[in-house]
Design a protein around this ligand. Structure first.
Ligand code: ADP
Ligand code: MG
Length: 677
């Protein structure tokens, strides 16, 4: 049995078993699946191709009896010469006195160690009598910890392989192995531990990559299906004719990407399942327009809608634009934390008696005293600030509305599949026609004067500018000082006709709002700010975004900031001031100037930073794979996702005996009966 404890393996006692627990190895199976973290490939190369100070392997005949000398306490040095390609190479071996008696003149020997090309000398770390059997030898390297040495671990794995490898059964249907040309589970395990050659190793890894992805995808899709089925009962009977009339009154045609996303949303709303959908798209791609149509659809189904945003400023902006958009068609109301007393009571009463059709606001929307008559759709802007807790808060009121999350932070395809596997994703990857691309420039700090003149010229033409100073931590005094200093400098530099405003995290919220308001009304032309400039704030008249020390920001954040401009019909500019020291830093600036496409950027960002950093390591919630790599093996991930979809859709786990092993494995992991949140 593979599930038995490792103490059942010959040669593993209680103590060693305990040591192995530090590596999360408890059962025979754990041990068999403890794969090498990497492989050392040893290859004999001609002397002329050896690189100075590299780790190399050479093979030759011993020319003399090794001579041994001792120094210090217990330290020894063994030296001898070997003949390689008719050249004498000196071999030096430290602290292995015992080898003197094993190495004899005339022996053929294979040495691995650090190469000194000037002295024609190798400092031996490993030797083996005789020549290598194969010209390439692949050595598995395991990561070990504590009292477990790599030698003991290898021995244990060897023993386990001898005794148990034959019990490793296949879990994938034979058809799949054939179709994908991947080795059986048993063969693949053998290859992972004792690779014959590079090719075999490649296929073994391909197998486990696929297996890991498939299991992962099956788990999230089963979960997703269970969630959907657990929330049956809110099929919204909307009126397609009315929706089309509503769309017709827009002063523009929806883009194809908008139409497609809208179709997906509407079909979710009509279905009895609860929608759990993420709508992704760059700033200005028209997400809000699509969401508004969704809200209207809910109204035509005699339901209510809610739009939840992260800040009061945004709530007010959305409230205004939705009120205008809906006119007589629906009653839109605003609810934020600062609306109190009688006004608040009145709003709450109207929400409860369905006088209000759409409620816009901050988190205040889902507080205890807010009761909807019949909430059909909740739209949440900037999904990362709305989590499981909020969903629960809604459910606890007996509300199971469809939920649409909107985000302007494009999540790379790769991560979207894994991190949001249980969410459906719609993507608006196309900008409305006629938009002017923001021109992005990267300059060095010493050309700041030119930037100031550039800004002055545009301000005199009636436009406005943001200047962003970096702020690492809200509480970081120094950084605020940067913003204050810059503000003072600009005040002194520009004539009084150009007004400069200052915004940072230390300001009271009413002060912040005051500053934002003055900027929105063009009473202030240049806004110096830390990154607190609210996501989503809309000042179409602002055409210049200057970002100081741009190398300190991530690509996604730079792109977000850039999205503050380019909202009107005038040409907009983004100026990155940066002196990055590293190649990656420079590369990031180049990428910014090269593309305006948020999805492309996020893919690049992911490549540069790695998946852990993308969301911030702590809350990443990304699965860890043993063999698979989400970025490099992306194609396999897509294949696994599609296969998992098919398996779930056609219920193959139940219906097709070829999938029985997979089903049992998933059952044992509790995938079918864990509690849903
Ligand atoms: P997002 O929410 O993605 O930032 P919005 O929905 O707020 O984008 O749209 C940004 C601006 O573009 C708005 O002024 C909106 O009226 C306009 N807009 C939306 N869709 C289109 C379209 N298909 N064609 C032209 N303009 C559009
Ligand atoms: Mg928006």
């Amino acid at each position: 049995m593979l599930d038995t404890s490792i103490v059942d393996i010959k040669g593993i006692g209680e103590k060693f078993a305990e040591d192995l627990q530090a590596l999360n190895i408890f059962t025979v199976k754990d041990l068999l699946f403890y794969f090498p973290s990497r492989y050392d490939v040893i290859e004999i190369q001609p002397l002329s191709e050896l690189i100075h100070e590299d780790k190399v392997t050479i093979e030759g005949r011993v020319l003399n009896t090794p001579s041994l000398s001792f120094y210090g306490r217990k330290k020894s040095r063994l030296t001898f010469n070997i003949e390689v390609e008719n050249i004498a190479v000196k071999a030096v071996m430290f602290n292995r006195a015992f080898a003197k008696n094993q190495i004899n003149m005339g022996d053929v020997i294979t040495l691995t160690g650090k190469w000194d090309a000037h002295r024609l000398q190798i400092t031996v770390s490993n030797y083996q009598k005789g020549s290598m059997e194969k010209s390439t030898d692949i050595q598995p390297i395991y990561s070990v910890r504590g009292d477990v040495t790599s030698y003991r671990l290898k021995k244990a794995i060897q023993q386990a392989m001898r005794d148990y490898a034959n019990q490793v059964g296949e879990i994938l249907p034979q058809d799949m192995l054939t179709a994908y040309k991947i080795p059986s589970r048993k063969d693949a395990i053998k290859t992972m531990h004792f690779p014959e050659n590079r090719d075999a190793l490649k296929h073994a890894r391909r197998r486990f990559t696929y297996e890991e992805f498939l299991l992962f995808q099956l788990k999230i899709q089963i979960l997703r299906k269970r969630r959907r089925e657990a929330t049956i009962g809110n099929a919204q009977q909307y009126d397609t004719g009315m929706i089309n009339d509503f769309i017709k009154q827009f002063p523009f045609e929806l883009t194809n990407a908008q139409k497609k996303s809208l179709d997906q949303i509407l079909s979710d709303m009509k279905s009895p399942y609860r929608m759990n959908r993420l709508l992704q798209g760059d700033v200005g791609s028209g997400k809000t327009a699509v969401a508004a149509i969704g809200l209207y659809a809910a109204i035509t189904a005699n339901k209510q809608g809610a739009l939840m945003v992260p800040t009061e400023i945004l709530a007010e902006q959305h409230f205004k634009s939705l009120t205008k958009m809906f006119g007589e068609l629906a009653k839109v109301e605003l609810l934020t934390g600062s609306i109190k007393g009688k006004k608040r009571k009145e709003i709450l009463a109207n929400v409860e008696n369905h006088q209000v059709h759409i409620l816009v606001g901050t988190h205040a929307l889902i507080q205890d005293d807010v009761h909807f008559d019949d909430l059909g759709l909740v739209v949440v802007d900037e999904q990362h600030r709305f989590g499981v807790d909020q969903r629960r808060a809604l459910s606890s009121k007996g509300l199971h509305p469809d939920v649409l999350f909107m985000t302007a932070t494009p999540i790379p395809r790769t991560l979207a599949i894994t991190a949001f596997g249980d969410m459906d994703v719609s993507v608006i990857d196309e900008m409305p026609a006629g938009r002017k691309e923001i021109e992005t420039y990267w300059i060095k700090a010493n050309t700041f004067d030119r930037v100031l003149n550039f800004i002055a010229k545009h301000v005199e033409a009636g436009e406005q500018a943001y200047i962003i100073c970096p702020l690492i931590e809200e509480s970081d005094k120094l950084d605020i000082q940067d913003a204050v200093d810059l503000y003072n400098q600009l005040e002194a530099y520009y004539p009084p006709s150009i007004r400069v405003g200052l915004m940072h995290g230390r300001l009271h919220s009413t002060e912040k709002e005051e500053v934002m308001k003055e900027f929105a009304e063009n009473k202030v032309q240049i806004l110096v700010s830390t990154t607190v400039v609210e996501v989503g704030v809309n000042v179409p008249n602002a055409t210049i975004m200057v970002i100081y020390d741009a190398e300190r920001f991530g690509l996604s954040q730079l792109h977000q900031l850039r999205g503050r401009v380019g909202r009107g019909d005038k040409q907009s500019y983004c100026i990155l001031i940066a002196d990055p020291k590293s190649e990656t830093g420079k590369e990031r600036m180049r990428i910014m100037t090269d593309t305006n496409n948020g999805f492309e950027l996020s893919e690049e960002d992911l490549k540069l930073r790695g998946p852990g950093d993308f969301f911030g390591t702590k809350q990443s919630g990304l699965p860890e794979f043993k063999v698979a790599d989400m970025i490099h093996d992306y194609r396999a991930l897509e294949t696994a996702r599609d296969d998992a979809q098919e398996i779930i859709e056609f219920n193959l786990l139940e219906k097709d005996s070829n999938y029985q092993k997979l089903r049992i494995l998933l059952e044992n992991e509790g995938v079918f009966d864990t509690i849903l949140d």
